[in-house]
Design a protein around this ligand. Structure first.
Ligand SMILES: Nc1ncnc2c1ncn2[C@@H]1O[C@H](COP(=O)(O)OP(=O)(O)OP(=O)(O)O)[C@@H](O)[C@H]1O
Ligand SMILES: [Mg+2]
Length: 311
């Protein structure tokens, strides 16, 4: 695999002195879907704008297909399609004209065949003669995508593709993205929603306060998600975990009144039955038990708090 997009130590300090990107380094492989996951104000839009040449970086660099986004702006920009966070279409414009115009802006010759292919790809062919204001919100978003794709870029940035979109349309968008990937487009999308990153992305980069906290294959996150915790409340406090139970790697609560056992729900044997027997054999009396599955949300919260502890 080769990186189509290389971001190195990218920094952005806005004019007022606010540092929105604090040295971001990231490689994006050709054909993959990367989700930039982070809370409001994390720097997602700033990162995209900087790579797309809308905002000038104050440090570091980025290249698309080997073209530096600053030195080689035109060549780099031609490789990029950008779907902005805000819908910025002229309400009275005709859908297909938006696409013809966009090709023109990139200096590409008029090409009805490509416009037709892209409109069909985004299920907008029937609406090609409509005015933008006659479309639903989800359709408008698809027009933005079509517009971003019509100059045939290799990398597509989708800034919050499902913002303000209902559940059904959100699923549509997930399918659209999967289809684009199947057509060979490399996609970087931003989202606040973990389940959305999970549904669409091959890898997830977690960004917060202008820094990438973690980049991991989505499947790796899912594996972590497969872990479940069993919390066992005890009738009598324990001063320590009995030696006979050491194989279970139990964690004892500070007050000695609860044991936590962590196990893999996907494993053939969870070890719970054996643990229960061992507890009883050692005269430990249970008061209550409960299980808890870690969600991506938990992992995210963990990452953030780890970072705060080390800061
Ligand atoms: N033009 C600007 N001038 C000054 N500060 C800015 C500017 N644009 C963004 N910022 C600040 O940079 C930080 C990151 O903003 P950015 O829009 O990149 O966040 P985001 O992750 O896209 O958030 P959201 O999820 O809300 O879209 C914020 O604190 C924001 O206020
Ligand atoms: Mg944003």
């Amino acid at each position: 695999m080769t990186a189509i997009l290389k971001i190195r130590d990218l920094e952005k300090t806005y004019d007022g002195g606010f540092q929105a990107l604090k040295g971001v380094t990231l490689d994006i492989e050709e054909g993959e879907i990367l989700a930039l996951l982070g809370p409001n104000g994390a720097g997602k839009t700033t990162l995209i704008s900087t790579v797309c040449g809308i905002t000038v970086p104050t440090g570091g660099s980025a290249t698309v297909s080997g073209h530096d986004v600053q030195r080689d702006y035109r060549k780099a920009r031609a490789e990029i399609g950008l779907v902005p966070q805000e819908i910025n279409l002229e309400p009275f414009s005709i859908v297909e004209n938006n696409l013809h115009l966009s090709r023109g802006l990139f200096g590409k010759r008029r090409d009805p065949a490509t416009v037709e292919r892209v409109l069909k790809q985004l299920s907008l062919w029937d609406k090609r003669k409509n005015r933008v204001h006659e479309l639903s919100g989800g359709m408008k978003r698809r027009v933005l995508i079509a517009k971003a794709l019509v100059h045939e870029p290799r990398v597509l940035f989708l800034d919050e593709p499902t913002a303000g979109v209902d559940v059904a349309l959100r699923k549509d968008m997930w399918e659209t993205v999967a289809q684009l990937k199947a057509d060979g487009v490399t996609i970087i999308l931003t989202t606040h929603y973990i389940e959305e990153a999970e549904a669409m992305a091959d890898r997830v980069a977690v960004i917060r306060k202008g820094e990438i906290l973690m980049v991991e294959p989505t499947s790796e996150l899912m594996r972590r998600l497969g872990r479940k915790e069993l919390r066992i409340d005890l009738r009598e406090p324990l001063s320590e975990v009995p030696q006979a139970l050491s194989e279970y790697e139990l964690e004892l609560a500070e007050d000695g009144l609860a044991l936590t056992y962590s196990y893999d729900t996907q494993a053939d044997r969870t070890g719970i039955a054996g643990l229960m027997r061992a507890l009883s054999d050692n005269g430990i009396i249970l008061k209550d038990i409960q299980t808890r599955q870690s969600s991506l949300e938990d992992i995210f919260v963990d990452l953030v708090s780890e970072e705060e502890e080390s800061a």
